[in-house]
Design a protein around this ligand. Structure first.
Ligand SMILES: CC(C)(COP(=O)(O)OP(=O)(O)OC[C@H]1O[C@@H](n2cnc3c(N)ncnc32)[C@H](O)[C@@H]1OP(=O)(O)O)[C@@H](O)C(=O)NCCC(=O)NCCS
Length: 171
Protein backbone atom coordinates (compact mmCIF):
# COMPACT_ATOMS: atom_id res chain seq x y z
CA UNK A 1 0.00 0.00 0.00
CA UNK A 2 1.33 3.42 -0.90
CA UNK A 3 -0.50 6.74 -0.68
CA UNK A 4 0.51 10.18 -1.80
CA UNK A 5 -0.06 13.17 0.47
CA UNK A 6 0.49 16.78 -0.47
CA UNK A 7 1.69 19.40 1.98
CA UNK A 8 0.31 22.95 2.10
CA UNK A 9 3.47 24.05 0.25
CA UNK A 10 2.73 21.58 -2.55
CA UNK A 11 5.32 18.92 -1.70
CA UNK A 12 4.15 15.40 -2.60
CA UNK A 13 5.20 12.62 -0.25
CA UNK A 14 4.71 8.87 -0.51
CA UNK A 15 3.28 7.38 2.67
CA UNK A 16 3.27 3.66 3.45
CA UNK A 17 3.16 1.39 6.50
CA UNK A 18 6.57 0.74 8.08
CA UNK A 19 8.21 -2.64 7.50
CA UNK A 20 10.75 -4.54 9.60
CA UNK A 21 13.56 -3.52 7.21
CA UNK A 22 12.83 0.15 8.00
CA UNK A 23 13.99 -0.35 11.61
CA UNK A 24 17.46 1.23 11.14
CA UNK A 25 16.13 4.29 9.33
CA UNK A 26 13.43 4.75 11.97
CA UNK A 27 16.01 4.51 14.75
CA UNK A 28 18.13 7.20 13.05
CA UNK A 29 15.07 9.45 12.76
CA UNK A 30 14.28 8.89 16.44
CA UNK A 31 17.85 9.69 17.50
CA UNK A 32 17.78 12.98 15.59
CA UNK A 33 14.34 14.07 16.73
CA UNK A 34 14.11 12.62 20.25
CA UNK A 35 16.90 10.81 22.19
CA UNK A 36 18.71 7.45 21.99
CA UNK A 37 16.26 5.69 24.31
CA UNK A 38 13.24 6.83 22.31
CA UNK A 39 15.05 5.87 19.11
CA UNK A 40 15.32 2.27 20.35
CA UNK A 41 11.65 2.27 21.37
CA UNK A 42 10.70 3.51 17.88
CA UNK A 43 12.85 0.81 16.34
CA UNK A 44 11.15 -1.86 18.45
CA UNK A 45 7.71 -0.50 17.63
CA UNK A 46 8.47 -0.92 13.93
CA UNK A 47 9.91 -4.41 14.42
CA UNK A 48 6.80 -5.53 16.31
CA UNK A 49 4.46 -3.80 13.93
CA UNK A 50 2.57 -6.17 11.72
CA UNK A 51 3.16 -9.19 13.93
CA UNK A 52 -0.05 -10.91 15.00
CA UNK A 53 -1.21 -9.61 18.38
CA UNK A 54 -1.71 -12.09 21.19
CA UNK A 55 -3.79 -11.98 24.36
CA UNK A 56 -0.68 -10.63 26.14
CA UNK A 57 -0.03 -7.82 23.64
CA UNK A 58 -0.31 -4.40 25.20
CA UNK A 59 -1.45 -2.68 22.04
CA UNK A 60 -3.85 -3.75 19.37
CA UNK A 61 -3.99 -2.34 15.84
CA UNK A 62 -0.65 -0.51 15.96
CA UNK A 63 0.37 0.95 12.62
CA UNK A 64 3.34 3.16 11.85
CA UNK A 65 3.40 5.10 8.61
CA UNK A 66 6.53 6.46 6.96
CA UNK A 67 6.80 9.37 4.55
CA UNK A 68 9.51 9.85 1.94
CA UNK A 69 9.75 11.64 -1.36
CA UNK A 70 9.83 8.35 -3.24
CA UNK A 71 10.01 4.69 -2.31
CA UNK A 72 13.55 4.07 -1.05
CA UNK A 73 14.38 7.78 -0.53
CA UNK A 74 15.49 9.00 2.94
CA UNK A 75 12.72 9.26 5.49
CA UNK A 76 11.05 12.62 5.94
CA UNK A 77 8.78 11.67 8.80
CA UNK A 78 6.75 9.08 10.65
CA UNK A 79 3.35 8.95 12.31
CA UNK A 80 1.98 6.10 14.37
CA UNK A 81 -1.39 5.01 15.61
CA UNK A 82 -2.25 2.43 18.25
CA UNK A 83 -5.02 1.32 20.53
CA UNK A 84 -4.47 -0.18 23.96
CA UNK A 85 -6.16 -3.41 24.90
CA UNK A 86 -7.68 -2.11 28.14
CA UNK A 87 -9.09 1.08 26.61
CA UNK A 88 -12.35 1.33 24.64
CA UNK A 89 -11.86 0.99 20.86
CA UNK A 90 -13.34 4.47 20.37
CA UNK A 91 -10.05 5.84 21.73
CA UNK A 92 -6.88 5.70 19.65
CA UNK A 93 -3.44 7.16 20.33
CA UNK A 94 -1.08 9.09 18.15
CA UNK A 95 2.40 7.69 18.70
CA UNK A 96 5.95 8.25 17.50
CA UNK A 97 5.17 11.31 15.47
CA UNK A 98 8.33 12.90 14.09
CA UNK A 99 9.50 14.95 11.15
CA UNK A 100 13.20 15.26 10.24
CA UNK A 101 14.51 18.54 11.75
CA UNK A 102 15.42 20.03 8.36
CA UNK A 103 11.85 19.46 7.11
CA UNK A 104 9.95 20.65 10.18
CA UNK A 105 7.64 23.61 9.98
CA UNK A 106 6.92 23.03 6.29
CA UNK A 107 3.53 21.38 6.65
CA UNK A 108 4.72 17.74 6.65
CA UNK A 109 3.35 17.03 10.14
CA UNK A 110 -0.03 18.51 9.25
CA UNK A 111 -0.22 16.41 6.07
CA UNK A 112 0.66 13.23 8.01
CA UNK A 113 -1.93 14.00 10.67
CA UNK A 114 -4.63 14.50 8.01
CA UNK A 115 -3.60 11.23 6.41
CA UNK A 116 -4.07 9.43 9.74
CA UNK A 117 -7.33 11.20 10.61
CA UNK A 118 -8.82 10.07 7.28
CA UNK A 119 -8.26 6.44 8.29
CA UNK A 120 -9.87 6.62 11.73
CA UNK A 121 -13.62 6.61 10.93
CA UNK A 122 -13.35 3.18 9.28
CA UNK A 123 -11.77 1.91 12.52
CA UNK A 124 -14.68 3.33 14.60
CA UNK A 125 -12.24 5.62 16.43
CA UNK A 126 -13.93 8.73 17.81
CA UNK A 127 -11.13 10.29 19.85
CA UNK A 128 -7.46 10.62 18.97
CA UNK A 129 -5.31 11.09 22.08
CA UNK A 130 -1.69 12.06 22.36
CA UNK A 131 0.66 12.21 25.35
CA UNK A 132 3.26 14.93 25.17
CA UNK A 133 5.38 17.27 27.27
CA UNK A 134 6.87 20.74 27.35
CA UNK A 135 4.71 23.81 27.79
CA UNK A 136 5.11 25.87 24.61
CA UNK A 137 7.05 23.12 22.81
CA UNK A 138 6.77 22.63 19.06
CA UNK A 139 4.56 19.61 19.71
CA UNK A 140 2.18 21.50 22.00
CA UNK A 141 1.90 24.33 19.49
CA UNK A 142 1.35 21.84 16.72
CA UNK A 143 -1.48 20.04 18.58
CA UNK A 144 -3.20 23.22 19.69
CA UNK A 145 -3.08 24.52 16.15
CA UNK A 146 -4.53 21.27 14.83
CA UNK A 147 -7.71 21.00 16.87
CA UNK A 148 -6.41 19.08 19.90
CA UNK A 149 -7.65 20.16 23.31
CA UNK A 150 -5.70 19.59 26.51
CA UNK A 151 -7.75 17.24 28.67
CA UNK A 152 -5.28 16.50 31.45
CA UNK A 153 -1.96 17.52 32.98
CA UNK A 154 -0.09 15.24 35.36
CA UNK A 155 2.91 16.73 37.14
CA UNK A 156 6.19 14.87 37.72
CA UNK A 157 5.47 12.23 35.11
CA UNK A 158 8.36 11.77 32.62
CA UNK A 159 11.95 10.68 33.43
CA UNK A 160 13.10 14.29 33.72
CA UNK A 161 10.25 15.12 36.12
CA UNK A 162 8.31 17.14 33.55
CA UNK A 163 4.54 16.92 33.29
CA UNK A 164 2.42 14.73 31.06
CA UNK A 165 0.23 16.86 28.84
CA UNK A 166 -2.63 14.80 27.45
CA UNK A 167 -4.33 16.16 24.33
CA UNK A 168 -7.40 14.86 22.55
CA UNK A 169 -8.98 15.55 19.21
CA UNK A 170 -12.54 14.36 18.80
CA UNK A 171 -13.44 13.42 15.24
C1 LIG B 1 5.60 18.06 16.09
C2 LIG B 1 6.06 17.79 14.64
C3 LIG B 1 5.85 16.31 14.30
C4 LIG B 1 5.20 18.65 13.70
O1 LIG B 1 5.63 18.41 12.37
P1 LIG B 1 5.93 19.66 11.38
O2 LIG B 1 6.13 19.09 10.02
O3 LIG B 1 6.99 20.49 11.96
O4 LIG B 1 4.51 20.41 11.44
P2 LIG B 1 3.92 21.53 10.48
O5 LIG B 1 4.96 22.12 9.61
O6 LIG B 1 2.72 20.95 9.83
O7 LIG B 1 3.61 22.60 11.61
C5 LIG B 1 2.42 23.17 11.86
C6 LIG B 1 2.48 24.00 13.16
O8 LIG B 1 3.11 23.29 14.24
C7 LIG B 1 3.79 24.25 15.10
N1 LIG B 1 5.24 24.01 15.06
C8 LIG B 1 5.88 23.04 14.38
N2 LIG B 1 7.21 23.11 14.62
C9 LIG B 1 7.40 24.14 15.47
C10 LIG B 1 8.55 24.71 16.08
N3 LIG B 1 9.79 24.22 15.88
N4 LIG B 1 8.38 25.76 16.91
C11 LIG B 1 7.17 26.26 17.14
N5 LIG B 1 6.03 25.78 16.57
C12 LIG B 1 6.15 24.72 15.75
C13 LIG B 1 3.50 25.61 14.52
O9 LIG B 1 2.31 26.09 15.10
C14 LIG B 1 3.30 25.26 13.05
O10 LIG B 1 2.57 26.21 12.35
P3 LIG B 1 3.31 27.54 11.76
O11 LIG B 1 4.59 27.07 11.14
O12 LIG B 1 2.32 28.07 10.76
O13 LIG B 1 3.49 28.42 12.94
C15 LIG B 1 7.55 18.16 14.42
O14 LIG B 1 7.73 19.54 14.72
C16 LIG B 1 8.53 17.30 15.22
O15 LIG B 1 8.98 16.26 14.74
N6 LIG B 1 8.85 17.77 16.45
C17 LIG B 1 9.80 17.04 17.31
C18 LIG B 1 9.25 15.70 17.75
C19 LIG B 1 7.97 15.83 18.56
O16 LIG B 1 7.87 16.67 19.45
N7 LIG B 1 6.98 14.97 18.21
C20 LIG B 1 5.72 14.91 18.88
C21 LIG B 1 5.85 14.17 20.15
S1 LIG B 1 4.30 13.95 20.97
Amino acid sequence: MMDVVRTSLGWSLCVRPARREDANAVERLGARVFDPESAIAMRNAVLEHGLPTTAESKSVAATYYLAAETEGAPLVGMIGFFRLRWIGPQNGFLGWFAVEPEHQRAGVGTALLEFLLNRLPSLQVRHLLVETSGEGSSAVRFYERNGFVRVSTIDDYWHDGSALLLYRRTL
